[in-house]
Design a binder for this molecule. Structure first.
Ligand code: NAD
Ligand code: TYD
Length: 347
């Protein structure tokens, strides 16, 4: 099998690429990534020389390039993760999200439709999406696979749009697809603009921890390796034309999560209890901030037998340990130095 994984130099993508390269030595894994600010090939240093792995630098918005690689490498399946992924950036520059998340996805769908037309039923297009397409929950209830889409940020609107295109290609052109909508991920290699890695970095540097609004917003957190396991399972065993929600049944109010993180960091850094919590600063809220996300992951559990392998406390501790053991990674990311890696290794 030749499998195209898009966005494989990013946070979740790098875990998915590693899992496929190491678990399936007989597959050829092609990692296509534009290496935007969020793409970091250092995330894949350990497997970059594997004989079943190839990196392709390119932009999914570039239609000609996408068609070229489909022609050259004859992919049997696509696992599509490449995206602009940060809500705060989408508020500043929505068009960048339309380009990559919507147009980029449609380019991939068009190439799949064109190059797979003779044996389309043997192929699989896997679109990785987010629970944010469902909008915001109130204090109760969970997102199921039939919850109506109701996106509130330019990021979630662009992901919702791409989900609709994937489904439409399934209905209109018979493209065999699966979509998963996952909750918030955390873990090693997480880019330090998102809540957990940003706050770990700020605690290390003694900087303030900017909690938006009253900190009572709630997210459902999943360890990134558990997401990669779920993607592997759905890619191989999921039913065509289906959506699966992925989540950890693990809801945390932001402020409670930040307090737990501060406690873990104090313990690891040998600081007195309450030391890092003093860095918490309540700041102006994010516009259109969704109150609560929570996933009902019963379908993937019942149909495919997936469940998370670690508790939040275990996953968070592993994450903190990883960041403390990889301070060089963190400083190269925060200084921008990581962006030189491609030129050094691949030019
Ligand atoms: P990320 O921002 O860490 O990585 C995105 C990757 O895509 C980067 O390597 C980047 O270089 C690449 N990319 C961006 N634009 C591109 C383009 N035009 N062409 C080619 N490559 C491009 O994102 P992530 O957090 O790893 O998320 C991956 C996917 O999972 C996204 O589709 C996201 O919507 C989805 N998702 C993320 C989360 C989460 O909590 N992070 C949760 C659910 C779903
Ligand atoms: P984030 O990691 O950006 O993920 P998402 O917006 O996709 O859920 O944010 C998680 C939660 O943390 C969200 O409610 C916004 C909040 N947040 C802060 O309070 N301060 C911050 O500096 C960041 C980045 C996020």
């Amino acid at each position: 099998m030749n499998i195209l994984i898009t966005g494989g130099a990013g946070f979740i993508g790098s875990h998915v690429v590693r899992r496929f390269v190491t678990t399936y030595p007989n597959y050829h894994i092609y990692n296509l990534d534009a290496l935007t600010y969020a793409g970091n090939l250092e995330n894949l240093k350990d497997i970059e020389k594997a004989s079943n792995y190839k990196f392709l630098k390119g932009d999914i918005v570039d239609e000609a390039f996408i068609f070229e690689i489909f022609k050259e490498y004859r992919f049997d399946g696509v696992i599509h993760l490449a995206a602009e992924s940060h809500v705060d950036r989408s508020i500043k520059d929505p068009l960048a999200f339309v380009k990559t998340n919507v147009i980029g996805t449609v380019n991939l769908l068009n190439a799949a439709k064109e190059f797979w037309k003779d044996d389309i039923e043997e192929k699989r297009f896997y679109h990785v999406s987010t629970d944010e397409v469902y909008g915001s929950l109130g204090q109760i209830g969970l997102f199921t696979e039939t919850t109506s889409y109701d996106p509130n940020s330019p990021y979630s609107a662009s992901k919702a749009s791409s989900d609709h295109f994937v489904r439409a290609y399934g209905e209109t052109y018979n493209l065999p697809y699966v979509i998963t909508n996952c909750s918030n991920n955390y873990g090693p290699n997480h880019f330090p603009e998102k809540l957990i890695p940003l706050f770990i970095n700020n605690i290390i540097e003694g900087k303030s921890l900017p909690v938006y609004g009253d900190g009572k917003y709630t997210r459902d957190w999943l360890f990134v390796e558990d997401h990669a396991t779920a993607i592997d399972l759905v890619f191989h065993k999921g039913n065509n034309h289906e959506t699966y929600n992925i989540g950890g049944f693990n809801e945390w109010q932001n402020i409670e999560l930040v307090q737990l993180l501060c406690q873990i960091m104090d313990g690891k850094l040998g600081k007195p209890a309450g030391f890092s919590e003093k860095l918490i600063e309540y700041v102006k809220d994010r516009p259109g901030h969704d109150l609560r996300y929570a996933i009902d992951a019963n379908k993937i559990n019942k149909e495919l037998g997936w469940k998370p392998s670690v508790t939040f406390e275990q996953g968070l501790e592993r994450t903190v340990d990883w960041f403390l053991q990889n301070k060089e990674w963190l400083s190269r990311v925060t200084s921008g130095e990581y962006q030189e890696y491609y030129n050094k290794m691949y030019s």
